[in-house]
Design a protein around this ligand. Structure first.
Ligand code: GTQ
Ligand code: FE2
Length: 332
């Protein structure tokens, strides 16, 4: 080795020893890359599988053994042990009649899409909200919440939370309600609250909704001002409708509340039915179609990426244009 090479090697090693990474010696770890890339993959979780595992758990997992009866939808990305997409996580949760999920609060924002419920309810900050299939219920960060059930059949829903984002930013809190009083009782019962989007209202809004864009189809936005990291939408595909193939920097989760159809994500055909959940990670081309009609709840980090001014979306045709000439669509 020449003296210069030896000196460089020594410099790199010594600097690294003092926790400086020489910018000229990144060892294959560039800080930026030319366009969005993700190790997260498109994936579909079948509700029939989730229901079966949750039912089996009733025999072998007493509630004392677990904080809650849930199944986390962990993306099969290499090395991933928790999130469904980079910023968000979903879980199927079951509450058996007579069980309670103890009242608690946490920094992460959360919500749930109800699949099966006759008599199950959530108490949010002392307000009881009864859950019906197709409803969406919000429990924004640091709001007390617990779940109960006065019916006869198990209730099942899909939770969505921004826990992965909170883990990244690190402002995590979790508090149980009270050691003696494990469940906060309700002062009022209502379905007219900023914490619930009843299915009847969703149907009403969708009936008069226009096609928002060829990419998003017939889409309505729910107010999530109390949890601005999470974008919440309902997407309706009327019989025979489809959306145009596009890609977005935002990360998307879907829960099917009615009907069936097919998602094409990154070239993969994903046939979905009521109760299924699937994910479309950032910058993968995707489109949706349905022969018989479908309603999907869509949970994403789109408004967060818009706030950050990171958000971009483009059609397949635009993707072929020279990057430097591209008039990126930055959304509303
Ligand atoms: O229902 O409060 O799936 O706190 C994960 C954490 C559900 C909930 C989850 C939670 C909840
Ligand atoms: Fe919670």
């Amino acid at each position: 080795m020449s003296t210069a090479t030896t000196e460089l090697a020594t410099l790199n090693t010594t600097a690294r020893g003092d926790h400086f990474t020489p910018g000229w010696d990144r060892q294959g770890n560039p800080p930026m890359w030319s366009e969005p890339k993700t190790s997260f993959v498109p994936y579909l979780w079948k509700s029939a599988d989730a229901y079966r595992y949750l039912n089996e758990s009733r025999e072998v997992v007493p509630l004392e053994l677990t904080e809650r009866r849930n199944l986390i939808l962990t993306n099969p990305a290499p090395g991933n042990i928790y999130p469904s997409v980079r910023t968000l996580v979903m879980a199927y949760q079951m509450v058996v009649p007579g069980d309670i999920a103890r009242t608690h609060r946490h920094a992460p924002h959360a919500g749930r899409v109800i699949l099966e419920s006759e008599g199950a309810f959530t108490v949010v900050n002392g307000v009881r909200i009864d859950m019906k299939p197709g409803d969406i219920l919000l429990t924004p960060g640091m709001h007390w919440h617990g779940h109960g059930h006065e019916g006869t059949e198990p209730a099942i829903w899909v939770d969505f939370l921004d826990i992965p984002l909170v883990q990244l930013l690190e402002p995590m809190y979790f508090e149980p309600y009270d050691d003696e009083t494990e469940f906060q009782m309700w002062e009022t019962i209502t379905r007219d609250s900023p914490f619930v989007f009843p299915i009847e209202k969703t149907h009403g809004r969708l009936a008069s909704a226009e096609i928002e864009s060829p990419f998003h189809g017939r889409r309505i936005k729910f107010d999530t001002d109390l949890m601005p990291t999470i974008g919440l939408y309902a997407v309706q595909l009327r019989p025979g409708e489809s959306t145009e193939k596009f890609r977005t920097t935002s990360n998307h989760q879907f829960v099917v509340i009615e009907g069936s159809g097919v998602a094409e994500i990154d070239g993969q055909e994903i046939p979905f039915e009521r109760g299924d959940a699937f994910v479309a990670p950032a910058w993968k081309f995707r489109s949706l179609r349905s022969d018989d009609g479908a309603i999907l709840v869509n949970i994403s980090d789109e408004p967060l990426q818009q706030y950050c001014k990171y958000f971009r979306e483009e059609s397949a045709a635009e993707a072929h244009e020279d990057t430097r000439n591209k008039a990126y669509r930055v959304g509303a």
